[in-house]
Design a protein around this ligand. Structure first.
Ligand code: ADP
Length: 166
């Protein structure tokens, strides 16, 4: 069975992430979407909220599972029996970071391959941070994220939007 881990912050999950998940699910027997617990990075949504949103957004794919993990991605991937890690590539500026991370992961374990998927062009400028910023400023994010994420963002920010109108 070919298993791939798709690690990330997913704070929050976007349609760009779902596009990568859908395409990975067509290539691998099993995709494990794994929310990385990063104590250094302050997050908008808790790990539990992110896992719940991803679970709801990926219900339609039988071979996609959602989990969270702490520590080294390579170690987690090995524990889960994965042969590869998948990451998405958007604009050129993603490349340097992703390249360094892939090389470091290979040094840690050469048995785990990192594969990159190019974003679909409609999502090339879509990122979780852009969605967070839009939500904060009261912009329309409804076509950038799945409906369950849209609902959570409205829940989180509506009091703030009201405060601004008053
Ligand atoms: P991280 O904080 O680990 O970069 P993210 O949640 O921001 O986590 O992203 C997880 C992965 O998904 C990364 O490989 C990132 O490049 C990719 N990704 C994010 N947004 C998109 C998008 N719009 N299209 C394709 N890949 C994306």
């Amino acid at each position: 069975m070919r298993i791939v881990v798709y690690p990330g912050s997913f704070d929050p999950p976007t349609n760009g992430h779902l596009d990568i998940i859908e395409r990975a699910a067509a290539l691998f027997d099993r995709v494990i979407v794994a929310v990385a617990v990063n104590l250094r990075k302050e997050a908008l949504f808790s790990v539990e909220e992110r896992v719940a949103m991803l679970k709801e957004a990926t219900l339609e794919w039988d071979n996609v599972e959602v989990d969270s993990y702490r520590g080294l991605t390579v170690k987690y991937a090995l524990q889960r029996g994965a042969s590869a890690i998948v990451r998405g590539l958007r604009v050129l500026s993603d490349f340097e970071n992703e390249y360094m991370m892939a090389l470091m992961n290979r040094k840690l374990d050469s048995g785990i391959e990192t594969i990159f998927m190019m974003t679909s062009k409609e999502y090339a400028f879509l990122s979780s941070s852009a969605v967070r910023e839009l939500a904060e400023l009261g912009g329309d994010f409804s076509d950038l994220v799945p409906p369950c994420v849209s609902r959570k963002l409205v829940e989180k920010f509506s009091a703030r939007w009201r405060g601004r109108e008053e």
